[in-house]
Design a protein around this ligand. Sequence first.
Ligand code: SAM
Length: 218
Amino acid sequence: MAYKFIDNYRERGARKQLVELLKRRGIADKKVLEAIGKVPRHYFFDETFWNQAYKDIAFPIGDGQTISQPYTVAYQTELLHIRPGDKVLEIGTGSGYQTCILMELGAEVYTIERQANLYNRTIQVLPYMGYKPHFFLGDGSKGIPDHAPYDKILVTAGAPFVPEVMLKQLRIGGVMVIPVGSEKEQKMVTILRIGEQEYERIELDTFRFVPLVGDQAW
Ligand code: SAM
């Protein structure tokens, strides 16, 4: 894939329209909308497909994976209530677009991807764009225990259950957002850790994610 990094009036205009569309779809957090308005999503696409970059759709990024739909990215990010300085674990780097959104909100991001091709692409593209998260290659279904605890944990692939080992890496008072269900569709689940052994779980809307594949997953 050939990359080109030019953000001209056409792309900036399309990005503004995307923000307006997300507002109409119910995304209310101003900071999340601002972040969507800042990150050039077309940088994650081959130039041939730039006309698809600001549609509210998921799009193939190779290796059978997708860049998440902007609405889904905004929805998950809103649920995390990111505060500047939050230490965030992201499972499923994919294109790296969601990572950039988290970083625009001031998070320090630990992001892990199991597919080497995607990992190798993001470790080049994101720093070039000015984003420097902590990158990891491997099975994120077990979290990244060496760097725990995290203020927030975000899973961007569909899990069959909430991995216990990942829950333990959440700081008390921290929030996890994870889609849980079948391989076909999942409920968005938020989990607040309220004590050493106590968690509060809320199930929200239905989404369709690519599967979380690994030791504590499919
Ligand atoms: N948020 C990403 C973006 O904006 O591009 C999209 C993520 S994509 C929907 C889900 C990603 O999770 C895929 O890149 C997939 O390879 C990755 N994945 C699946 N299972 C994983 C695992 N156990 N550990 C790490 N990454 C995993």
